[in-house]
Design a protein around this ligand. Structure first.
Ligand SMILES: C[S@@+](CC[C@H](N)C(=O)[O-])C[C@H]1O[C@@H](n2cnc3c(N)ncnc32)[C@H](O)[C@@H]1O
Length: 204
């Protein structure tokens, strides 16, 4: 018998019907409709992109001429539209190889990260891994965002989120914390949106 958690919910079923492999597409859709982090004509970096709903949504939203660079430990499971260019590398975002690949696709108008580390069950270990991953994404954003660009990054509440918020605040003209409706009510995840990268050194 399927558990409550493994049964496809309303969002998952809807996503699949629309050709997206994961329900997470609705989180980005809501963020895009509210804050417009992605702009037509500007390349997007998607960190932790598999199975590929955000990447596919970015390609479709940006339409003809869209350029999306994506990286994940796992492969993508999407059929990208022919109207845009998708560069994908399967690998770890902490490696030099991934860093070089990402650098080649920039500078970016938007950096997205829905990345989440595999959990061990040990709260301390997991929140450290999650913090390191978020900080890595902010390092990459700092290095590869064009001035004026935007950042969307997933964080888990209950860890060092205040430090993450402060760092983003120092790098962007505006920052917001936002929990889309499609986030499961019991989930600790939320998103920070940094708007208009100023290029300041911040604390990184
Ligand atoms: C919630 S999923 C992303 C879902 C995706 N946004 C979508 O819409 O299909 C989180 C992803 O982060 C990836 N990830 C975690 N740590 C990573 C790392 N160090 N380097 C690259 N990807 C990583 C995982 O492999 C996983 O696929």
């Amino acid at each position: 018998m399927m558990s409550q958690r493994s049964r496809p919910d309303h969002w998952t079923v809807k996503a699949r019907k629309m050709g997206y492999p994961a329900r997470s597409v609705f989180k980005l859709q809501e963020i895009q409709e509210k804050w417009s982090p992605m702009t037509r004509g500007e390349p997007v970096l998607d960190v932790g992109a598999a199975p590929g709903s955000w990447t596919l949504y970015a390609l479709k939203t940006l339409g003809r001429g869209a350029r999306v660079t994506a990286v994940d430990l796992k492969p993508l499971n999407i059929s990208p539209p022919e109207t845009g260019e998708l560069r994908f590398r399967q690998g770890d975002v902490f490696t030099q190889e991934a860093a070089e690949f990402l650098a080649e696709g920039g500078p970016y108008g938007c950096v997205l990260s829905d990345a989440a580390p595999a959990t061990s069950g040990n709260r301390l270990v997991d929140s450290r891994k999650s913090y390191d991953l978020v900080m890595r994404v902010i390092d990459l954003a700092q290095e590869h965002l064009a001035i004026g660009g935007n950042l969307v990054v997933k964080i888990f509440q209950g860890g060092d989120e205040q430090e993450v918020r402060e760092r983003i605040k120092g790098l962007f003209a505006e920052s917001k914390t936002f929990k889309p409706k499609a986030v499961r009510s019991e989930s600790m995840e939320t998103y920070i949106i940094g708007r208009h990268f100023t290029g300041s050194a911040g604390t990184g």
